[in-house]
Design a protein around this ligand. Structure first.
Ligand SMILES: [Zn+2]
Length: 467
C-alpha cells in the first residue's frame, strides 16, 4: 500500500535525514548580514542539491534583486492539480550570542530536539517539504500531484524581492493551491489548521512647531510640538480602543457566528497570557472577546514616541519637534496602502493649525484568511484526523506572514500551512529548537496530504495547465 511504503521510507531514512538537517543548520544563512551573503547563497545551493538528490529533475537558483530564490518542479502530469510549496532557507541573526547554551550554528541534539538558529524557523520545514516529495519519488516513482517548490532567502528581512519575483514569474508559479511549510500543524496529540494571519501597516509621524527649541519662558507665546503630537495621537482611538480613523473598518469582514465559534474553540488561554505577563486587564473593543480582538479584529498601536528633554532633572524647554511610530494589524479584507492613506489623512486633518506634520509610510503587508469551505481545508482536516489523536482545531494568528497575502493578490490562490514548527520553539531568540518527533510527523502529514489531494482533487478551483 502506498501510504505504508511512504511511512516505511521515512522511518528507514530518518537517521540520515536528521544528519542532513544538521549539515544544513551549520550554514549561517543570515539574510540581514551583508558579510553572510556568500553563506546565504551556499544554503540556497545546498537546497538545490538536496532537491536533485530527492529526485526533482528541475531544481535551480533564480536570481532576484537580493538573495536568490530556489525553485524546483516535478515533471508536469496533465489533469492533476498543481501545488506550490513555499518556505524560506534564510535565518535570523543569532545575537545575543552569550545567551546561547551552545553555539547557534553548531547544532546540538538534546531531549529529542535540535538546538540551532534556523532549526524551527525554518530549515527543518524546508526539509519536511523536500522529504515528503522524496518519499513519493523514491517509493512510487512519481509525485501524486504536480509539485513546484519555492524557497526564498529574504523572509527574515521582510521579503523585499519576493513580490516583484512573483509578479515576473506568474506562469512559472501558476498553481491551484499553495502549501506554506513555514509554520506548523500542531502535534499528533493536538493537530491544528492555520486559518488566518493579520496584515500590517506602519507609519512614522513628525510634528514641528518652530525652527528651534525654545526657552519655556516663551510659553504662552510659542506652541509646543509634544503637545501637538499628543493631540494628534489621542484622536486616533476612543477610550474603549475603537479606532476613530474615517473608513478604517470599511473593508473589515464582520465576524460570522461560525467564526466566533471557531475562535472560541482555539486552544488559546487569554487569562493565562495575562497572568504570565503580569497584565492587569485586557484592553480593546468591548464587543469582542480578548482572543477575537487579537486574531480577527484590526488594531492601531503606538510603538514609540519621542521628543524633548529626557535626561535627569529638569530642562525648561519648549521642544520644536516630536515623533511617533504607529503600526496597525489588519484583518481580511483590509489593504495596507488604503489603511496607511486613511491614517495619514486623519493625522493631517487633526493636526493643530500651529503645527506642521509629515507622515512617512513604512512597512505594509496583506492580511490572509483561508476560506473555511476551501476544498484544501477539508482534505487537511481529513488527513490530520487520520494521523492525529483527535480532530484538528483551528488556529488564527495575530501576527503577519506576508507571503500568503502576496500570493493571493498575485496568483489568486489560497494557502494551507503544513510544517513541523510550534510557537514555543524560541523562534528569533537564543536557544531556538525544533522537535524531531514533529519533524518526522510533518513529513508524513505533507506526503499523505499530497496523495489525498490527488484522490479528492480540488473541486471548486480551476486546474491550471502549465507545460
Ligand atoms: Zn522568522
Amino acid at each position: 500500500m502506498t501510504e505504508a511504503s511512504i511511512k516505511e521510507y521515512l522511518d528507514a531514512g530518518q537517521g540520515g535525514f536528521v544528519a542532513e538537517f544538521l549539515e544544513f543548520l551549520r550554514i549561517p544563512s543570515i539574510s540581514t548580514a551583508p558579510e553572510r551573503t556568500a553563506d546565504v547563497r551556499k544554503a540556497a545551493e545546498w537546497t538545490v542539491d538536496r532537491m536533485h538528490k530527492a529526485g526533482f529533475g528541475e531544481a535551480r537558483l533564480l536570481e532576484t534583486g537580493g538573495h536568490p530564490v530556489v525553485y524546483g518542479a516535478s515533471p508536469h502530469q496533465a489533469g492533476k492539480p498543481t501545488v506550490l510549496i513555499y518556505c524560506h532557507y534564510d535565518v535570523q541573526p543569532p545575537e545575543p550570542l552569550e545567551l546561547w547554551e551552545t553555539p547557534p550554528f553548531e547544532p546540538r541534539i538534546d531531549g529529542g530536539c535540535v538546538f540551532a538558529r534556523g532549526a524551527s524557523d525554518t530549515k527543518g520545514n524546508v526539509l519536511v517539504a523536500i522529504l515528503a516529495c522524496e518519499a513519493w519519488l523514491k517509493t512510487q516513482g512519481a509525485l501524486p500531484v504536480n509539485v513546484k517548490l519555492l524557497f526564498e532567502g529574504e523572509e527574515e528581512v521582510g521579503s523585499p524581492s519576493l513580490a516583484t519575483f512573483i509578479e515576473q514569474n506568474r506562469d512559472l508559479l501558476a498553481c491551484d493551491l499553495v502549501i506554506s511549510a513555514d509554520g506548523g500543524v500542531g502535534t499528533p496529540a493536538q493537530p491544528l489548521i492555520s486559518m488566518s494571519t493579520r496584515g500590517l501597516a506602519g507609519l512614522q509621524v513628525r510634528v514641528q512647531t518652530a525652527a528651534t527649541d525654545l526657552h519655556s519662558g516663551n510659553g504662552g507665546l510659542a506652541p509646543n510640538a509634544l503637545h501637538a503630537l499628543v493631540v494628534i495621537l489621542a484622536s486616533l482611538r476612543d477610550e474603549t480602543g475603537r479606532i476613530l480613523v474615517e473608513g478604517f473598518y470599511d473593508d473589515v469582514l464582520p465576524l460570522t457566528p461560525e467564526m466566533r465559534t471557531l475562535i472560541a474553540g482555539m486552544p488559546l488561554d487569554a487569562d493565562a497570557f495575562l497572568r504570565q505577563n503580569a497584565i492587569k486587564a485586557s484592553f480593546g473593543e468591548p464587543d469582542y472577546s480578548p482572543v477575537e480582538r487579537s486574531v480577527a479584529r484590526p488594531t492601531l498601536e503606538l510603538n514609540g514616541m519621542w521628543g524633548g528633554y529626557q535626561g535627569t532633572g529638569t530642562k525648561t524647554v519648549i521642544p520644536r519637534e516630536a515623533y511617533a511610530k504607529i503600526t496597525c494589524r489588519l484583518v481580511a479584507r483590509q489593504r495596507p496602502e488604503t489603511v496607511m492613506a486613511q491614517v495619514k489623512r486623519h493625522i493631517e486633518a487633526v493636526c493643530p493649525d500651529y503645527a506642521d506634520v509629515s507622515v512617512q509610510l513604512q512597512d505594509g503587508a496583506f492580511p490572509y484568511l483561508l476560506p473555511s469551505d476551501h476544498p484544501g481545508v477539508a482534505v487537511l482536516q481529513r488527513v490530520l484526523t487520520r494521523l492525529g489523536a483527535q480532530p484538528p482545531a483551528a488556529r488564527m494568528g495575530g501576527g503577519t506572514v506576508p507571503v500568503m497575502g502576496m500570493l493571493k493578490a498575485a496568483l489568486d490562490v489560497e494557502t494551507v500551512t503544513i510544517g513541523g514548527s510550534q510557537g514555543d520553539e524560541r523562534l528569533h531568540a537564543p536557544n531556538e529548537f525544533y522537535r524531531l518527533a514533529n519533524f518526522r510527523w510533518a513529513q508524513e502529514v505533507m506526503a499523505v496530504y499530497l496523495g489525498e489531494l490527488a484522490v479528492s482533487g480540488l473541486a471548486g478551483t480551476t486546474a491550471v495547465s502549465t507545460p
